[in-house]
Write a protein of this length. Structure first.
Length: 57
């Protein structure tokens, strides 16, 4: 297992990141996705339920 981190936005948990030998991932928290005021943490990471994954190369 690799390193993990929490992504905060305006003092609320927006999602979690995880680094592993395979690469990096980011997943929005369910509570963030259900908040009507939720915003993407980045233009490259629009709100969605599926995790974003980046493979090491």
């Amino acid at each position: 297992m690799g390193r993990r981190g929490r992504g905060m936005f305006a003092d609320q948990l927006a999602g979690c990141t995880e680094e592993s030998a395979a690469g990096m991932s980011f997943e929005y928290s369910n509570s963030w996705l259900q908040d009507p005021k939720a915003q993407p943490v980045s233009l490259a990471l629009p709100l969605r339920e599926e995790p974003y994954e980046s493979r090491s190369g």
